[in-house]
Design a protein around this ligand. Structure first.
Ligand code: NAP
Length: 246
């Protein structure tokens, strides 16, 4: 089991899905968490209530807004009393084939997934640089590598996140700040609950391990990348996809 005792970590989008599982896994490993929600305050407070350990808190954040994001992240760092890691997990899909895609749906997915990751990462760098230590973990997707019909906006945002992460890793390596992406395949969350049973069965036939993963199987990899055990890993995309893409 990964040990994150005394580590202070921010997770965006911890109110449900993979983010919720990440928050629970990190708290179980001994970390102190500040995690955000966008709209679902009640779900976030339910997650908070059931976490082991003390001093965790949740806060409202729309990562599409540059100024508010910087202010909210700074407040979270102050309240935590420092920062060892951030998980840029919050993300959305707005699927449609390109010919029918609305400009606002393309832009919203880029604004949330890619711009949001950029704003949050930039907001933690000064603190991490002063400490000469930090781990940044960005949630990508297998779709960032393969592309997907109906997900041009999402695929572009995730490929962007991976290239962004490598650039951050290069810029920050001399300060001992690591940046990595985790690219899940198909995970059991509300995002994939939207698929029909027929669509799910088709997807499963393309997964060598023959099943959709649980959010915990992504959270364990995120926890490892935040731990001291991963101190020599930076600039990587770790795929958690049951062999869908090798
Ligand atoms: P999810 O269940 O839909 O949860 C999304 C989270 O992001 C929620 O906490 C939500 O907060 C938050 N959020 C949404 N819009 C936001 C905004 N504008 N500002 C700040 N927070 C916002 O998603 P998920 O399936 O767990 O996915 C988590 C991450 O994994 C995403 O980056 C996704 O692209 C990636 N991923 C997921 C899968 C999968 O199969 N599920 C596969 C590959 C990659 P509220 O609850 O308050 O709305």
């Amino acid at each position: 089991m990964v040990v994150l005792k005394a580590k202070k970590i921010i997770v965006t989008g911890g109110s449900r899905g993979i983010g919720k599982s990440i928050v629970e896994t990190l708290a179980n490993a001994g970390a102190t968490l500040a995690f955000s929600y966008a709209k679902n305050k009640t779900s976030a407070e339910d997650v908070l209530k059931n976490l082991p350990g003390e001093n965790h808190f949740c806060f409202e954040l729309d990562i599409r807004d540059s100024k508010n994001t910087e202010a909210a992240i700074q407040l979270a760092i102050e309240r935590l009393g420092g920062l060892d890691g951030i998980v840029n997990n919050a993300g959305i899909t707005k699927d449609q084939i390109l010919l029918r895609m609305k400009d606002e749906d393309f832009q919203d997915v880029i604004a949330t997934n890619l711009n949001g990751t950029y704003y949050c990462t930039k907001a933690v760098l000064k603190t991490m640089m002063k400490q000469r230590n930090g781990s940044i973990v960005n949630l990508s997707s297998v779709i960032g590598t393969t592309g997907n019909a109906g997900q041009a906006n999402y695929a572009a945002s995730k490929a962007g996140i991976e290239a962004f992460t490598r650039s951050v890793a290069l810029e920050m390596a001399s300060r001992n700040i690591r940046a990595n992406s985790v690219a899940p395949g198909f995970i059991q969350t509300e995002m994939t609950d939207a698929l029909t049973d027929d669509q799910k069965q088709k997807i499963i036939t393309q997964i060598p391990l023959g099943r959709i993963a649980s959010p915990d199987e992504v959270a364990q990899v995120v926890a490892f990348l935040l731990s001291d055990g991963a101190n020599y890993i930076t600039g990587q995309t770790i795929h958690v996809n049951g062999g869908m893409r090798m």
